[in-house]
Design a protein around this ligand. Structure first.
Ligand code: CA
Length: 252
């Protein structure tokens, strides 16, 4: 634990750059910084508050699609949002259905966009547990999910994944990983060591090309415990920056 904490302190950003997607990351870093500056000098509200206000104003209650549409439209027209986006969102929804998952775990919620995409495809007897470390984002997500009418089979745990995961009690058959990029591999190994992954569970990891996740990819592709496949895509809200998702089936 001590080593991990000191490793984290060495780097001020939660990811390493990937040469293949340098421009894709730079364009979103630029948008993040611009938004921070405009917020700081009170020209606009933080983008997450703007999104919540728009959802409150424009989305229809109990209509998940209308909420996703408002969020996508903001991300396409105004500024980048670190949601999974529409293109990869459909791949996630397809995977939830095809996996026939009944107990799902989500690492990284942000504004609840992927949470809504998962929840609207749950089978009758299924449920989702999500972990988000940022309290403000978690509260915005909870309001989005409630507005979508999808709160019933959802539980959101606010805290750092490495604090929350060791206290989980159930096994999961679908794990969606989309939080801090330097935690993907570490948290997957923690889930394994606490025996929280069911046999044949699907592990769905986002942004494996946009960011440098070579260590994660090497692990799931070379371990005999996983059957792993890569799906190439574009980065969320971009027509040309490369990205992709990795789906790994746990065989142990
Ligand atoms: Ca993502």
């Amino acid at each position: 634990m001590k080593n991990n904490q000191s490793d984290r302190k060495k780097s001020s950003i939660p990811f390493r750059l990937n040469r293949k997607s340098f421009l894709g990351v730079m364009s979103l870093v630029y948008q993040e910084l611009l938004d921070k500056v405009l917020t700081k000098i009170n020209i606009k509200l933080p983008k997450e508050d703007e999104v919540l206000n728009l959802v409150r104003k424009k989305a229809k209650q109990n209509d998940p699609e209308s909420i996703l549409r408002v969020i996508d439209s903001y991300a396409y027209k105004k500024t980048f949002l670190m949601n999974i986006g529409d293109e990869k969102g459909f791949i996630l929804e397809r995977a939830i259905i095809d996996s026939n998952a009944s107990n799902i775990l989500e690492l990284g919620v942000y504004l609840g966009y992927s949470t809504i995409r998962i929840l609207k495809n749950l089978k009758n007897d299924s449920k989702l547990t999500s972990i988000e470390s940022n309290k403000k984002f978690a509260n915005i997500a909870l309001e989005h999910i409630k507005l979508a009418g999808l709160s019933e089979r959802h539980e959101l745990k606010i805290g750092k994944s490495n604090d929350v995961i060791p206290n989980l009690k159930e096994k999961y058959d679908f794990i969606f990983i989309d939080h801090w990029k330097d935690l993907y591999l570490k948290d997957l190994k923690t889930l394994e060591s606490y025996n929280l992954i069911k046999k044949d569970a699907w592990i769905f990891a986002d942004n494996v090309i946009l960011f440098n996740l070579e260590d994660y990819l090497k692990y799931v592709r070379s371990s005999p415990n996983y059957e792993s496949k890569f799906i190439p895509t574009k980065r969320e809200y971009s027509k040309f920056h490369p990205d992709g998702v990795e789906i790994s089936i746990y065989k142990a």
